[in-house]
Design a protein around this ligand. Structure first.
Ligand SMILES: NC(=O)c1ccc[n+]([C@@H]2O[C@H](COP(=O)([O-])OP(=O)(O)OC[C@H]3O[C@@H](n4cnc5c(N)ncnc54)[C@H](OP(=O)(O)O)[C@@H]3O)[C@@H](O)[C@H]2O)c1
Length: 689
């Protein structure tokens, strides 16, 4: 106990350890102020499970020895001490006996016995905490995302639809484009080869390393000889290993790939949407055939990025024929046939994989928390770092996590908390809309040339967000919940590095990462700018990589991501956001193969009420409800979040939704009976995939 206190004080004061003698007065002799003394005491209290005592006054324990004696005497003691302390007699020892035992061990320097006792107490604390119960009513259910084998359904009318159409194919290094071009021509289509090198006889050259120039060239082509469809095969180039790329290389890989999709889709957007019977937009990747669920060989699963993007494009252009196909890089001889299958397939699946000659689609399989799995162990003293969490939907999750486990949860954001004296903090919530209007009017008068949208953004970032953050921090403070807020722009790699280093220095460990930060600007693809696209990628996909890379050597228990139903199913106006969300979901799967000891999972959420991005969009929420789309309250979301983190077992991607949502969105489903059941266990059923 003494050496723990000394090491904490050393970290806080910078003194050499030998200077902090046990009987020196902390304030008078060592100049350690009361706040620092309380902090050191609180850390020891948390670490050794000493109960809070409202009557405790630090001035009465003014030396390391006195403080340590108090802590030792008040440590929570497990009844079955005999197990931990061989010297103790059989049966449950009394408190005094335990105290004497600890004192004896300390006096004789028997650290081995003390360590065994600490381990034993740790186990007791673990089982004492970590309970979450569901709210009375749950709107959503839990589904795990799995690949499921399904044969292609080549559709004669879809083959006939190709006749007389013009399709552009970008070249792949394996030459599958040649066989595919022949198949298309045999069906009566005209093919334009989009070369990555010198322009071929019947085609043009596009440099995909520069997406903007490729997009320009495609738009010019579109004016001269309009394409009715685009098949991207250059996207099958192998990707780098996920754990071998620095942040800047990752950002460049992801941006170049994603902006290539953005620019190419933009060039054909109007035509493929308007063509009777639908134009084609197909992206092929060669990530192992299962979008990162298996076979990815540790590589960046860009299939996920393509999946999120293409599903949104399909929702924006419902008449079009959009597909994303992940292929098996080991066997390119089948690629042309497999891509052909998807061009002329009749099924609803937008996202399809091929591996070992078999075709896979992805299904949401309703599954309860697997009771047999060992829960993640969080308890007082554990440390969790969260990107975001000061406001929005991550806050209630972080709060419940801290409350139910006692872990220290460090939340982050760019927003600077108010000092507490601001005039706008005093405005009651009910009067905020009127206050906001007067702010906007004043702002516009003082800033000629600015628009109301700009004024509203300033109000949101300067006032609304800071009010929300303030309210949340006060809420936790008043309830004594160990949530700590750090101002940090997490898109700045240096700032993340510093933040994590500070956490390690202050708390000595990082047990888990929660990636919740996001920015989102809904607009249909033609209305999006490439800058907005990259901004969205930065807060979600690039930040995921930075968090993964910067904690690679930490002894993490888990890494959990906030994903989105829009990544899983697509949504109008969210091509960039869904691309980023789905890339993260699949990258999390590959990460778990590289760090099998770390529980890695992404939860694809439905829409939340009570906080978050759509909280102030009452019309939208009403429309969703009327359509029958699952909407969950923040209390329910927080329950699913903490439940998933602690009890989710090894699931890598989970969806919270309901069956009605799947029907409304017309999503392909598998009957449970059609999945091959391989085992029934208490609390759940396992399906063969
Ligand atoms: N709300 C929903 O219905 C819904 C549905 C599906 C999924 N989700 C997911 O849930 C998560 C939270 O969404 P939300 O609705 O709560 O969004 P939100 O209200 O816009 O909050 C976003 C949070 O991210 C933080 N953030 C953004 N950029 C950051 C940066 N560069 N550095 C540090 N923090 C940053 C923000 O803090 P600062 O502004 O202070 O930086 C804020 O705390 C997201 O991952 C989202 O994809 C939400």
């Amino acid at each position: 106990m003494q050496s723990f206190l000394v090491s904490v004080l050393q970290g806080k004061t910078g003194y050499n350890i030998e200077l902090i003698q046990p009987d020196l007065d902390l304030e008078v002799d060592l100049g350690v102020d009361t706040v620092t003394q309380i902090e050191a005491f609180a850390m020891a209290r948390e670490k050794f499970g000493v109960a809070r005592n409202e009557k405790f006054r630090v001035r009465n324990y003014n030396t390391v020895r006195k403080m340590s004696e108090y802590l030792v005497a008040n440590a929570v003691v497990a009844p079955a001490l005999a197990e931990a302390a061989p010297a103790a007699k059989q049966g449950a020892p009394g408190l005094d006996e335990v105290r004497r035992f600890i004192a004896r061990c300390e006096a004789s320097g028997d650290t081995a016995s003390l360590r065994r006792l600490a381990e034993h107490l740790e186990g007791r604390l673990k089982s004492a905490s970590q309970s979450v119960s569901p709210p009375a009513q749950l709107a959503g259910k839990r589904y795990e995302v799995h690949p499921v084998e399904l044969a292609p359904r080549v559709d004669a009318p879809s083959v006939a639809h190709l006749k007389g159409k013009t399709l552009g194919i970008s070249m792949d290094a394996q030459g599958a484009y040649k066989a595919l071009a022949q198949m298309l021509e045999a069906a009566g289509a005209r093919v334009v080869i989009l070369s990555s090198g010198p322009a071929p006889e019947q085609g043009v050259s596009l440099d995909w390393r520069h997406p903007e120039s490729a997009g320009r060239a495609l738009k010019e082509l579109q004016e001269k000889q309009p394409l009715d469809g685009l098949i991207l095969l250059h996207t099958t180039a192998p990707t780098a290993k996920l754990d071998e790329q620095e942040a800047s290389a990752w950002a460049s890989t992801v941006n170049t790939f994603s902006l290539g999709l953005y620019q190419s889709a933009l060039a054909v957007y109007d035509r493929i949407g308007a063509l009777p019977g639908g134009g084609w937009y197909l992206v092929a990747t060669a990530g192992g055939g299962l979008f990162g669920h298996a076979n990815a060989q540790g590589r960046i699963p860009l299939a996920g990025a393509a999946g999120g993007f293409v599903k949104c494009l399909r929702r924006e252009l419902p008449g079009s024929r959009c597909k994303v196909v992940d292929l098996d890089g080991q066997d390119a001889s089948q690629w042309a046939r497999q891509v052909w299958n998807e061009l002329v397939s009749a099924d609803l699946d937008v996202e399809v994989g091929y591996t070992g000659g078999r075709r896979y689609v992805f299904r949401d399989v309703e599954t309860s928390f697997p009771r047999e799995s060992t829960p993640v162990s969080l308890r007082p003293g554990s440390v969790v770092v969260v990107s975001g969490g000061g406001r929005g939907v991550v806050y209630p999750c972080a709060k419940l996590l801290a409350k139910s486990t006692g872990a220290r949860v460090i939340i982050t954001g760019r927003t600077v908390p108010p000092s507490g004296n601001e005039e706008w903090l005093k405005v009651p919530e009910a009067q905020l809309p009127a206050y906001r209007m007067s702010f906007i009017k004043r702002y516009l008068a003082e800033h000629p040339g600015k628009t109301p949208v700009q004024a509203r953004r300033v109000f949101d970032s300067d006032i609304a967000n800071r009010r929300e953050l303030h309210r949340n921090l006060e809420d936790c403070r008043s309830q004594g919940i160990s949530l700590e807020y750090k101002v940090c722009d997490m898109t700045d790699v240096g700032a993340v590095r510093t933040l994590l280093a500070d956490v390690r220095r202050e708390h000595g460990r990082i047990d888990g990462i929660v990636h919740g930060a996001t920015i989102e600007e809904s607009k249909s693809l033609p209305m999006k700018s490439s800058d907005a696209f990259v901004r969205t990628l930065a807060s979600k996909a690039h930040l995921w990589q930075v968090l993964a890379q910067e904690t690679w050597n930490d002894d993490l228990q888990f890494f959990i991501n906030f994903g989105s139903g829009s990544g899983r199913y697509g949504n109008k106006g969210q091509t960039d956001y869904s691309l980023a969300n789905y890339l993260v979901a699949k990258a999390g799967l590959v990460y778990s193969t590289l760090r099998p000891g770390v529980r890695s999972v992404t939860v694809d959420w439905p829409v939340w009420v009570g906080a978050g991005i759509v909280e102030n969009n009452a019309d939208y929420l009403e429309r969703l409800r009327a359509m029958g789309i699952c909407v969950i309250h923040v209390d329910e979301g927080a329950y699913w979040f903490v439940g998933e983190l602690l009890y989710g077992g090894s699931a890598g991607e989970v969806v919270i939704a309901d069956d009605r949502t799947f029907e409304t969105l017309n999503l392909p489903r598998h009957d449970k009976e059609a999945l091959r059941v391989v085992g029934k266990e208490a609390g759940g059923t396992r399906y063969a995939i």
